[in-house]
Design a protein around this ligand. Sequence first.
Ligand SMILES: [Zn+2]
Length: 386
Amino acid sequence: MKAYPKSFADFVESRYPFFVKILETDNPPGEEEKLAEVLRRDMLELDAKTRKDAVGNLMGYIGEGKHAFMLGGHMDSVMPCKDVKVIRKGNVVKSDGLTVLTADDGAGIFEILTALRYIKEKAIPCPPIDLLFTVGEELGGLGVRKLRKTHLRAKQGMLLDRADEPGVLVVAGPFKRNFRVLFKGTAAHAFEAEKGVSAVHMAAAAIAQFPQGKIHRGLYANIGKIEGGVAVNQVAEQAVIEGEVRAFTSLEAEELMKQYQRIIDSILYKFSASGEFAPEAHLEYTSRREGYHHDPCMPLIQALCAVQKNIGLGTKMQVTRACSDAGDLTNKGIATLNYANGARRVHTREEWVDMCDVILITWVLVNFLQYLGENPDILMSMEPQK
Ligand SMILES: [Zn+2]
């Protein structure tokens, strides 16, 4: 690999206190304001015009011109993420073990702002940039779902929200649907159970029959919550099961919901066979995340591959079942890639990131933005080059 210049590594290291500031600022979902202020101040030094929308998403606009490029990440982190104490040993950055590190997505945000700072200081050509730092990503993309498309100029962009090593690029993500089934039976005393219909029994029948787990490579379902009944000596009147489905096409998710409905219908038929009772079951599902699939021939992806090759870094394209804001943004009309941020073991207290990876990713970003600045046709075209 062609190493980045030492002066570049020194530049990134000179901003290490800012990285620590990002990581150590409390940022649970719903409480992103403090971090937003830290970022906003740094964005102003990039001469960005900033804006916050009604839900708290932070945006910044750098440069003028038609074909802007979006760079983004999310400001919230999973709990426990309050009172983070950053500890660095050599190049490895971790928390003190009591919290997550919040490198998901603090590392991505730091890499973006640091690359842009370097570009500004060295006057490197770069397209107009839209910055987007969302709220509530860890709550199923609460912020991105309420984002107004008109607040961004870009039609293409990249998040740095893939917890993986430099070079990793996510080109496809799943559709996620949450489902809930409410079973209503008839209560009775346990010693005369024939006078009732058990909602718990119906729920159990559904759980036993619903396809779940890894159904196939592109379709996963999970029943994660079950609740029902109030007393051991009462035939349960009500039970609820809740779960989620992840699929690479929305059709597959819809088909699975239809299959669940057919199973529920057959259970209702069986439990009402005596004719004495009319048990009920209601399946409802909500769309939680939109999926996406980018053509690897898309000029933007080709450009990133070329830049990484030039640096001596291979591109690892991934299709993932993990959700991110990239799907929702792509479905809003901003074709969005999700690139590695270097964070590992995210969502655990053992989360860590290596500063060598942070520097390398920032270097990739600098080179990629320069490439886009020198080849503005890439952002003009959305058509895959076959
Ligand atoms: Zn994340």
